[in-house]
Design a protein around this ligand. Structure first.
Ligand SMILES: C[S@@+](CC[C@H](N)C(=O)[O-])C[C@H]1O[C@@H](n2cnc3c(N)ncnc32)[C@H](O)[C@@H]1O
Length: 267
């Protein structure tokens, strides 16, 4: 452990001992480059840096392993998989995002991964159970009707609302239920002993902090066969600071996202 050697008994990844040790850090504060057709991908508004996804994929898989993303967007996970020679399947309900992903792979000369258009709740049926080595996904934004009332009209009109393709508003409970159902079904696709990592940002709305990561983490921990193993904090250095409450109230500037890590342990 802690050596520069790869241990032949390693069943989790291709990392050396020292790389493994580094990979267990619960905070990721490395800056990621604004690259890989960032302008094109930013039409989405919720895209993740492909190199961040690559770093995570390398922690939980070996070369040629199969990665699944049931909420692929413009393909942070799929691009990350191509960068480190993993195979991947992505699903998105919005054809525009899949189209952008395909353009990016062409422009970047990267291998195009398998994509499926439609509701994951339905499309996941086309993937064989226990065939996937890792799930890396990023849940859709919770659309709350009270968002309209917030002072930040810019957010309301931004791409964040469009990219989800959910024009209807949901209560937090409805949103949580939908996320749990899709992630539970996704986990059925995982091989025994393999991992699922879920990006989720907490939100500050209506003068209140919503601990969405904790709520989703607790709900998913109730799913039989899934054990929560970590909550990694990703510091998103691209976020700008806000002064919404100044000078009368403290309002947080959300600079981080959570990455909830689960392991499939049914036996
Ligand atoms: C947070 S974004 C993912 C962004 C992605 N990580 C990236 O790098 O581009 C969530 C995506 O889930 C998709 N989505 C929402 N509900 C869905 C569903 N039921 N089935 C499949 N995709 C869905 C949205 O269209 C959106 O692109």
């Amino acid at each position: 452990m802690g050596s520069n050697k790869y241990d032949e008994r390693n069943t989790v990844n291709d990392l050396t001992g020292s790389e493994w040790k580094f990979s267990t850090k619960t905070v990721i504060n490395k800056p990621y480059p604004i690259n890989m057709q960032h302008k094109l991908r930013s039409e989405h508004g919720g895209q993740k840096p492909p190199e961040l996804c690559e770093d995570l994929i390398k922690i939980f898989t070996k070369r040629n392993d199969l990665v699944l993303d049931p909420f692929m967007g413009v393909g942070g996970t799929l691009l990350g998989a191509s960068l480190c020679d993993r195979r991947a399947i992505g699903i998105d309900i919005n054809s525009r995002w899949i189209e952008i992903y395909k353009q990016v792979t062409e422009l970047e000369n990267l291998q195009e991964q398998v994509t499926m258009e439609g509701d994951s709740m339905v499309k996941l049926d086309e993937i064989e159970n226990e065939s996937v080595d890792f799930i890396l996904t990023d849940v859709p934004y919770w659309n709350i009707d009270t968002l309209k009332k917030t002072r930040n009209k810019k957010i309301k009109q931004s791409k964040l609302n469009d990219f989800e393709n959910h024009t209807q508003q949901q209560t937090k409970e409805e949103w949580l239920e939908e996320m749990v159902n899709i992630l539970k079904k996704s986990a059925e696709k995982l091989k025994e002993g393999k991992y699922m990592a879920v990006f989720i940002g907490d939100v500050y709305r209506e003068k209140q902090y919503h601990f969405l990561s904790a709520e989703l983490g607790l709900e998913l921990s109730k799913v039989e066969g899934l054990t929560m193993k970590s909550n990694i904090i990703w510091v998103d250095n691209s976020k700008s600071l806000h002064v919404f409450g100044y000078p009368r109230a403290y309002v947080p500037s959300m600079m981080h996202q959570n990455i909830l890590v689960f392991r499939k342990e049914t036996i």
